[in-house]
Design a protein around this ligand. Structure first.
Ligand SMILES: C[S@@+](CC[C@H](N)C(=O)[O-])C[C@H]1O[C@@H](n2cnc3c(N)ncnc32)[C@H](O)[C@@H]1O
Length: 270
C-alpha cells in the first residue's frame, strides 16, 4: 500500500519540477500580456469584494506563483504574504515587488504546510486542485489555524463539471494536457465547499467564469476580446442552473467571528 506521506512528497517534487520550468521565463512573458493583466485586475477586484479586505487587512496567498496578482492587490490592503514552492517564482515576485517599490508584500519560498501566522484573509488562486487528496482533506483545518476569528478563505479552481473542459478534451486534448501538471485535477465544487463546512467554516460556492480566463490564456494579446468574453461570463455565471457548468468555481469560506470556546472538552486546532 502507498504511504500517504511518501505520496505527498512525490507530488510536491513533481509540482516543483513543473513550475520551475514554467517560471523559467514563459510565465513572466505570458503573464505580462494585456489580456492576462486584465484578468488579474478582475481577480483582484473580486478578491477585495468577497473578502471585504481593506487597508488594515493581513492577507495570505497560497501558491502565489510569480506574485502578479498579489502585487496588484498589495496597494489595497495592509500586507500581503505570498508563499510558493518554486524558488524561481519567489525570486521573480521579490524582484517585481522591489522594482515597483511595493513594501507591504513579502514572498516566502516553501510548502504552505510549514507556515505560521495570523491572517484576516487567505486565498489560493488555481491552488487547491494541485494538492494531493490527503493534503486537500487536511487543508481546511490547517487554514483555519492560520486565520483570525472571522477570517475568510477564498479559492478558485477548475470545476469537474465545466463545459469548457468537456469541449477542450474533445477538440484540443493535446493543448489541454500541455498546460497541466501531472497531478492536478478538476474538483467538484460542492464536495470542496463541504470540506470547509466540516472544519467549522460557513461556506458557499460561486462560479467565476465560463470561457474568459481561458480566452486570456489562449489569446493573451487580445485585451478587448477578453473584455467581451468577460462581459458574456458575467451574464452566464448568473443564470441559475447553467452556471453549474461554469469553468472555474470559487469557494468562499468564513470562520465564525467568535473565537472557539476553550474548555477541557474542546481541544484547540493547532
Ligand atoms: C497553477 S499554479 C498557480 C500560481 C498562481 N496562484 C497563479 O494564479 O498564477 C499553482 C502554484 O502552487 C504552488 N504549489 C503547489 N503545491 C504547493 C504547496 N504545497 N505549497 C506551496 N506552494 C505550492 C506551485 O509551485 C504553483 O506555483
Amino acid at each position: 500500500m502507498q504511504d500517504p506521506a511518501q505520496d505527498e512528497r512525490a507530488v510536491l517534487a513533481r509540482e516543483l519540477a513543473y513550475h520551475e520550468e514554467l517560471y523559467g521565463g514563459f510565465a513572466q512573458t505570458h503573464f505580462a500580456r494585456p489580456a492576462v493583466r486584465a484578468l488579474r485586475r478582475h481577480m483582484v477586484r473580486r478578491l477585495l469584494t468577497v473578502s471585504g479586505a481593506g487597508p488594515g487587512s493581513r492577507v495570505l496567498s497560497l501558491g502565489c506563483g510569480i506574485g502578479d496578482t498579489e502585487l496588484l492587490l498589495a496597494p489595497h490592503v495592509g500586507s500581503v504574504t505570498g508563499i510558493d514552492l518554486s524558488p524561481s517564482a519567489i525570486r521573480q515576485a521579490r524582484a517585481d515587488a522591489s522594482a515597483a517599490g511595493i513594501r507591504n508584500a513579502e514572498f516566502i519560498e516553501g510548502a504552505f504546510e510549514h507556515l505560521d501566522g495570523a491572517f484576516d484573509f487567505a486565498f489560493g488562486v488555481f491552488f487547491l486542485h494541485h494538492l494531493p487528496d490527503a493534503s486537500l482533506d487536511a487543508f481546511p483545518e490547517r487554514i483555519a489555524s492560520l486565520l483570525a476569528p472571522g477570517g475568510v478563505f477564498y479559492s478558485l479552481d477548475p470545476s469537474r463539471w465545466r463545459l469548457a473542459g468537456a469541449l477542450g478534451r474533445l477538440i484540443v486534448p493535446g493543448l489541454m494536457r500541455r498546460y497541466q501538471t501531472p497531478d492536478e485535477r478538476e474538483l467538484d465544487p460542492w464536495t470542496t465547499a463541504a470540506r470547509f463546512e466540516a472544519a467549522g467554516f460557513a461556506s458557499r460556492v460561486a462560479f467565476y467564469d465560463f470561457f474568459s480566463s481561458q480566452f486570456a490564456g489562449l489569446l493573451p494579446g487580445f485585451e478587448s476580446g477578453y473584455r467581451m468574453a468577460r462581459a458574456a461570463d458575467e451574464v452566464l455565471c448568473r443564470i441559475p442552473l447553467l452556471s453549474r457548468l461554469g469553468g472555474n468555481f470559487e469557494v468562499i469560506a468564513r470562520l465564525s467571528a467568535a473565537p472557539p470556546e476553550q474548555n477541557c472538552s474542546t481541544p484547540r486546532v493547532s
